[in-house]
Design a binder for this molecule. Structure first.
Ligand code: UT7
Length: 331
């Protein structure tokens, strides 16, 4: 997918994290693990956890309000609101509709999009198509997750990984040569059982047995997903650069999905991007699925790590399997 119509850029960002902190020391009290193992194998030190009683739409709302305030745009001017999530408030209606109502985005069409950890990038590409074609002027794309609610805190293979947060990006028309230069998305359903939540859908609806069997939590073949994630993100990065007619040396900042520090480092090394040009927040945030990339991008902007003309590469991989990359020239 290349951008051939009007250019589309990120006009503003906002993000929000779960208010409570779950440390490695806390996890040592819950499962057979250690701070040393978690740091060495994942790079994670702590993760934000949402306060009981709050839900995904609450964080999505906070992140959305911040993005709109920073852009100076009224919610009533939004044309479209997309929420990427695997942890919606309800199976239906969409979390996007809940956010739309509370935000006061009365004119916006609102829908959820599900591509797991790649969801925010899928949302960016969809939103970009609407703005590029003129079908919409202002699109808010949100990645929001409360993974702690589907994490099995008896399973040490997964419970050390996940955090809760939300990030929002406002897409609007950009100056020529700026904004989204290219987007690339990929999917492969043959890996659907490598990372999934077996219970709660139409195949295995919630029953007493499904709860007893712990089917409503994340199940993952970690080492297989690890290998595919490195390959998938490297491939997505190469393809998006090719679409934009740019090379590895043009990347000023890499903002990868924060699944595991070893995955981030392997991808950066394959792309020959030095650590000073890689955005990392997994130590504080863990893996927040679709929220990882927008939260990391917002933090990069707030830390002054992006200046006008910089080329930023967003890349992600997740359940589905899904993957994607978006290349932007910052304005
Ligand atoms: O978000 C998108 C997709 N998700 C990912 O990309 C995640 C990808 N996977 C990973 O990040 C890693 O595979 C994990 C962090 C999940 C696991 O790390 P690993 O280096 O692949 O470990 P492993 O699964 O191969 O397990 C190695 C050993 C096992 O023990 P044995 O069988 O060798 O005795 C595990 O039982 O480490 C053990 N182990 C742990 N030990 C202490 C697994 N989890 C833990 C733990 N604490 N939390």
């Amino acid at each position: 997918m290349t951008t051939s119509l009007r250019p589309v850029g990120v006009a503003a960002l906002g993000s929000c994290l779960g208010e409570q902190i779950l440390t490695n020391a806390d996890l040592e009290q819950m499962v057979d693990t250690s701070d040393a193992w978690i740091r060495e194998r994942t790079g994670i030190v702590q993760r934000p956890i949402l306060t009981p009683g709050r839900a995904t739409s609450d964080m999505a709302l906070d992140a959305s309000r911040l993005a709109l305030t920073r852009a100076g745009l009224a919610a009533s001017d939004l044309d479209m609101l997309v929420v990427a999530t695997v942890t919606p408030d309800y199976p239906f209606p969409s979390t996007a509709c809940l956010v739309q109502e509370r935000l006061g985005a009365s004119r916006a069409i609102a829908f959820d999009l599900q591509a797991a950890c790649s969801g925010f990038l899928y949302g960016l590409v969809v939103g970009e198509r609407f703005v590029a074609s003129g079908a919409a002027d202002s699109v808010l794309v949100v990645g929001a997750e409360t993974l702690s609610r589907i994490t099995d805190y008896q399973d040490r293979n997964t419970c050390v990984l996940f955090g809760d947060g939300a990030g929002a990006a406002l897409l609007r028309a950009a100056e020529p040569g700026y904004g989204i230069l290219a987007g690339y998305l990929g999917s492969d359903g043959s890996g659907s059982q490598l990372l999934f939540q077996p219970g709660g859908g139409s195949r295995r609806p919630a029953t007493r047995e499904s709860v007893d069997q712990r089917l409503h939590y994340v199940h993952m073949n970690g080492s297989e997903v690890f290998k595919q994630a490195v390959r998938g993100m490297e491939d997505a990065a190469a393809r998006v650069l090719e679409l934009a007619g740019l090379g590895l040396a043009d990347i000023d900042l890499l903002v990868p999905h924060q699944a595991n520090l070893r995955i981030v480092e392997a991808v950066a090394s394959r792309l020959r991007v030095g650590h000073e040009r890689v955005m990392v927040n997994i130590d504080r945030c863990g893996n927040m699925s679709s929220a990882s990339v927008p939260v990391a991008l917002d933090e990069a902007v707030r830390e002054g790590r992006l200046k006008r003309d910089d080329v930023v590469l967003l890349v992600a991989f997740g359940a589905g399997l899904t993957w994607g990359a978006v290349l932007l020239r910052w304005s």
